[in-house]
Design a protein around this ligand. Structure first.
Ligand code: ADP
Ligand code: MG
Length: 264
């Protein structure tokens, strides 16, 4: 049975999607059967895996249809060109779900219910959440076992994470008792910047050692180029610092997944 991991941070541009794409690719390459769920109307994870405008138009079903209960997950999931990675794609219409869900009785549990149908078909399911703490994101947090928080080390990063953790507490109380933080991952790190160092140290001192990933993702121009070529970094530029970093992060995540399985 798959472990389900949400990538969350209500702040945009902190590398949630970049992490979702490259972590899923690296775990797939390690031999894990991975499903990436695109839970953002921007559909950047979908395009980052090579599904451009044209391909998106031709999709019969997407995350939207699955969340609304109008398609089964298996009908929406498509294989990617990359080893062991399938994707539940998203397009702009997912934004409508944010509105339509509000009329549903169990509005935060729609994704969880859907993923239960396919949980046995994968080793790891990764959910790329949108930058908000609205009802769609609550679906992501309610559906997962663990969550990963990508963070840029900037002055206000810690405040954002505190707000996120309050939301998580509410989700734990209402819809997902076993929800736990898998780890915070520092992204777009430039070691030359003192501010990065300072914020990093502050965050490290506010969390226990095992909730901050040892791997730091460096700022790397190759990482930002890869999505427009529709490829994860480890395929686009296998010998880059970015590819190395995401492979190391995948190893850490795999280890935590193993610990999770053993706990069950
Ligand atoms: N390590 C990195 N080095 C350079 N650019 C990065 C890195 N990680 C992400 N980016 C770029 O930063 C921008 C925001 O990343 P993205 O993953 O879309 O964030 P989010 O999903 O949190 O909104 C994108 O243009 C992406 O290519
Ligand atoms: Mg994103």
């Amino acid at each position: 049975m798959a472990i389900i991991i949400s990538i969350v941070n209500q702040k945009g541009g902190v590398a949630k999607t970049t992490t979702a794409i490259n972590l899923s690719a690296a775990l797939g390459a390690m031999g894990k059967k991975v499903l990436l769920v695109d839970l953002d109307p921007q559909g950047n994870a979908t395009s980052g895996y090579g599904f451009g405008k044209e391909a998106k138009r031709n999709l019969e079903y997407t995350t939207y249809d699955v969340i609304m209960g109008e398609a089964r997950p298996a009908q929406a999931i498509v294989e990617t060109k990359f080893k062991n990675v399938s994707i539940m794609p998203a397009t702009a219409n997912l934004a409508e779900a944010e509105v339509r869900l509000l009329q549903f009785e169990n509005k935060t549990l729609c994704l969880k219910k859907a993923l239960l149908q396919i949980k046995n078909d994968y080793d790891i399911i990764i959910i790329d959440c949108l930058p908000s703490l609205g009802v769609l994101c609550l679906n992501g947090l309610s559906a997962c076992d663990r969550f990963i928080v990508p963070m840029q080390c900037e002055p206000y990063s810690l405040e954002g994470v505190s707000e996120l953790l309050l939301t998580v507490k509410r989700v734990q109380k209402t819809s997902n008792r076993n929800l736990q933080l898998m780890g915070i991952v520092f992204t777009m790190i430039d070691k030359r910047l003192m501010i990065n160092r300072d914020v990093m140290n502050m965050i490290k001192s506010s969390f226990s050692e095992d909730t901050v990933f040892k791997t730091e993702i460096p700022r790397n121009v190759r990482i930002s180029e890869a999505p427009s070529h529709g490829e994860p970094i480890m395929y686009y530029e296998p010998n880059s610092k970015g590819a190395d970093a995401y492979k190391l992060l995948a190893k850490e995540v795999a280890k935590k997944c193993k610990a999770f399985e053993e706990m069950l």
